[in-house]
Design a protein around this ligand. Structure first.
Ligand SMILES: NC(=O)C1=CN([C@@H]2O[C@H](COP(=O)(O)OP(=O)(O)OC[C@H]3O[C@@H](n4cnc5c(N)ncnc54)[C@H](OP(=O)(O)O)[C@@H]3O)[C@@H](O)[C@H]2O)C=CC1
Ligand SMILES: CC(C)(CO)C(=O)C(=O)O
Length: 303
């Protein structure tokens, strides 16, 4: 099984790098980092072990990438508009697409674009960042929760999951991709947005009783939204998630990193899409909607 990474950044370079380190054929499609990766390779520092791919299979143009069995989608969702055309040279008759992005509704879009191809989602619980071109700092965690849109692709999910597992990537396989997406949003919706609005990391947010209360009430709203969309998340998940974050090394979520670097934030897929999905089923998620509006206000004034 061969892989192509579309988006060789914090997530794509890390996971693609691990697969390559363990002997898999991985093509990396890069943009601004291309020259640097071509010249110096990909360097990853990680608590699971540093590695340096000295001569990775890196490409600047999708037209030059050899066909592969699995396409890992790891650009930010802010780049999803017009993405279909950019992916066309990489999607062959049987290519499976694994969406590693945060948010909701991406898989449905990819299915519309490539209805005959297997579409999978990988919810990444990883803290990683690109510090310089071709240099990735993996700080913590790394679990991929992997699910397929269509049950006929479960054997394929298992096969990809096994290769990840053999490459030192922890994987959990799930049958309900939509539910797994909502479970990931249970963390992302409160923490990603609030870290920007309050200009704080997870530790600061958790230590203050007021912000902690906001996080808790946003989590309950996400559970309501999920439930309206047919995904049942037990209420005890809230306290578990709060405990988990209490014990996390202080961290700035990916949206905060985007904000601090004046990059566009992933508001559409992390907020608009879940809000739309819930409101289509008569669930308003008022607090989430307020948070979304504040993020748009902030984004409009970012330079
Ligand atoms: N970082 C993290 O710890 C986590 C991130 N995620 C999610 O993973 C996804 C990816 O995030 P992350 O890896 O942090 O993002 P990064 O910005 O680090 O990486 C994205 C990469 O995609 C590249 N890219 C974008 N558009 C194109 C294009 N048209 N052609 C080729 N390359 C392109 C970017 O290149 P360029 O530099 O040229 O823009 C960049 O190298 C997001 O949805 C994020 O929310 C999920 C969990 C944790
Ligand atoms: C949950 C976390 C922090 C890591 O996966 C994340 O998704 C993010 O930074 O956006």
């Amino acid at each position: 099984m061969t892989f192509t990474v579309f988006g060789t950044g914090a997530v794509g370079a890390y996971y693609g790098g691990r697969l390559a380190e363990h002997g898999n054929t991985v093509h990396f499609l890069a943009r601004s980092d291309y020259k640097s990766i071509k010249e110096n390779g990909l360097k990853v520092s990680s608590p699971r072990g540093d590695f340096h791919l000295k001569d990775p299979l890196v490409f600047e143009s999708a037209d030059r990438v050899p066909p592969s069995d699995v396409l890992l989608i790891s650009l930010k969702t802010t780049g999803n508009k017009g993405l279909k055309e950019k992916l066309m040279p990489l999607v062959h008759e049987k290519t499976a697409l694994v969406i590693l992005q945060n948010g909701l509704g991406m898989e449905d879009e990819f299915k519309d674009w490539f209805p005959k191809n297997p579409i999978l989602g990988g919810m990444c619980f990883i803290c990683s960042r690109r510090t310089k071109p071709g240099i990735i700092e993996h700080l913590d965690y790394g679990l991929i929760t992997l699910g397929a849109m269509d049950s006929k692709d479960i054997p394929l999910r298992n096969q990809i999951g096994a290769l990840m597992d053999e490459s030192d990537i922890p994987v959990t396989l799930v049958d309900d991709l939509n539910e797994a997406r909502w479970r990931k949003l249970l963390w992302n919706i409160p923490y990603n947005g609030l870290s920007v609005v309050l200009n704080s990391d997870t530790k600061t947010i958790m230590e203050d009783q007021h912000s902690r209360n906001i996080i808790r009430s946003l989590m309950f709203e996400v559970i309501e939204g999920a439930s309206a969309c047919g995904c049942s998340i037990e209420e005890s998940a809230v306290e578990k998630m709060l405990d988990f974050t209490d014990n996390m090394t202080p961290y700035e979520p990916s949206m905060k990193l985007d904000f601090s670097s004046s990059r566009p934030m992933e508001i559409e897929y992390m907020y608009d899409r879940p809000l739309q999905a819930a409101s289509a089923r008569a669930c308003t998620m008022k607090g989430v909607s307020l948070l979304r509006d504040q993020l748009y206000f902030i984004q409009k004034r970012m330079h």
